[in-house]
Write a new protein. Structure first.
Length: 434
């Protein structure tokens, strides 16, 4: 741990001074325009945050420290004999800004395994909830229950020097990332398998051990979990879960408070919950049409019916992207590489052929292309993971890598509390000359 922290400190701490000088010299430089429609439109694409870990380009898609998802699959270290990247490698890439070595990734896997023990009171808190409680509610509560372990919280209470904020945040973030698969798997097994829990295997990597604790100890599921936890990890800083984590963290709330806030945002239907909505919609399509192998014509009719009822097509559209989400495309490749034939996955392919044209024809949709949610659930269902209201928890475990790597950077660079200004509609109308 100390070697990794030193490597991070050597990169991040000098940068804080560079940024301070940069702002002093160039703080008045104009980088964008704020218009009334952007303020009322959810501030979409307005530059208001600095996120070091990734950048989302409308045409190129997500880049992690400059690397695309296909490049991640090619360059990040893999499990021995495997093809899919290890998520631990992506965390190190986002944290340090360089592709890690195989040895560095294996060392992080070992470190996470050593820090993965979850206090008994966390399980007790979860057991006090009805099993009908939504898994995302349980997940957020489980994270908060872990806050008794906060290094930052204990150190701050004793009088923590500002220059050491990053160090305590680093410890909390690694500890929390280590514990999340155990917490999530406990929720899954108590909710759907009558508390038949599966012990962790410290010899496995982070994603493979998660798959095992969930109850999926096959090679194919370990492959999928490695890919899933990699491609869902980050999506720059403006999405709800990343922004909420950053916002709460800017108040010097520790990693547990901050990440729990991010997960409460991820649980929204317009954000991470969308992946379960896709599967529900696909099942409804099959039920209404009466077949698990619908034709393109049948899908087209059902899509038009969905739109005529004032509903959206889940898994399609994106606030920033204006092309097919590369995370969707890489899941297509996974399907072709490892599966090849599955009714639900084939339906996903046909929906992809049908929906963009229909959405474009409405003239109302800026992005008719699929996002990551359009495919992820179908792959999980293929391997028997059918409890789709748990899918957002998987998303949350993955998202910890990106938002907590950035939280460490926030504290290292001494980012201030976030406090944008707000105005009334009357003020806005006067500004427009009304």
């Amino acid at each position: 741990m100390e070697a990794l922290k030193k490597k991070f400190a050597d990169k991040a701490l000098p940068m804080a001074g560079q940024i301070k000088q940069f702002v002093k010299e160039h703080g008045n430089t104009v980088i964008g325009d704020i218009t009334i429609d952007k303020v009322y439109g959810g501030m979409k694409s307005m530059i208001g945050l600095v996120t070091e870990t990734s950048k989302l380009d409308p045409e190129e898609g997500i880049r992690f420290r400059g690397l695309t998802i296909p490049e991640l699959r090619e360059k990040l270290p893999r499990a021995v004999g495997g093809f899919e990247p290890l998520p631990e490698g992506l965390f190190l890439l986002m944290l340090l800004g360089e592709v890690p070595t195989q040895e560095e990734v294996f060392a992080l896997s070992k470190m996470l395994s050593e820090r993965a023990e979850v206090p008994a009171h966390v399980f007790a808190a979860l057991d006090a909830l009805p099993k009908t409680t939504h898994p995302m509610t349980q997940f957020s509560i489980g994270v908060l229950a872990c806050r008794t372990e906060s290094v930052f919280g204990a150190a701050y209470d004793k009088g923590l020097n500002k220059k050491d904020y990053w160090n305590a945040t680093f410890e909390d973030s690694i500890n929390l990332i280590a514990k999340l698969p155990r917490i999530a798997a406990y929720i899954y097994r108590r909710t759907y398998f009558n508390d038949d829990h599966i012990a962790p295997d410290p010899s496995l990597d982070w994603a493979a051990n998660f798959a095992k604790m969930l109850g999926y100890d096959t090679l194919d599921m370990k492959r999928l979990m490695r890919l899933y936890l990699t491609i869902h990890a980050d999506h720059e800083g403006g999405n709800v879960s990343a922004h909420a984590t950053h916002l709460v963290g800017s108040a010097l709330s520790d990693a547990y408070y901050s990440f729990s806030a991010g997960m409460n945002g991820l649980a929204g239907p317009l954000h991470g919950l969308a992946n379960q909505e896709v599967i529900k919609w696909l099942y409804q399509l099959q039920d209404e049409i009466g077949t698990k192998s619908p034709t393109k014509e049948q899908i087209s009719d059902y899509v038009k019916k969905t739109l005529s009822e004032g509903k959206v097509i889940p898994g399609y559209g994106h606030a920033v992207l204006r092309k097919t989400d590369p995370r969707f495309s890489v899941q297509q490749d996974f399907y072709r590489r490892y599966i090849g034939q599955d009714d639900l996955c084939e339906t996903v392919q046909l929906v992809y052929e049908v929906v963009p044209g229909i959405l474009e024809a409405t003239g109302k949709v800026k992005n008719p292309w699929p996002n990551v949610d359009a495919h992820s659930g179908a792959l999980l269902v293929h391997y028997g993971f059918t409890q789709y209201d748990f899918y957002t928890v998987l998303f949350g475990v993955s998202r910890s890598l990106g938002v907590l790597a950035q939280l460490i950077w926030d504290r290292a660079l001494n980012h201030p509390i976030e406090r944008p200004g707000s105005v009334t509609t009357e003020w806005m109308m006067k500004k427009a000359g009304l």
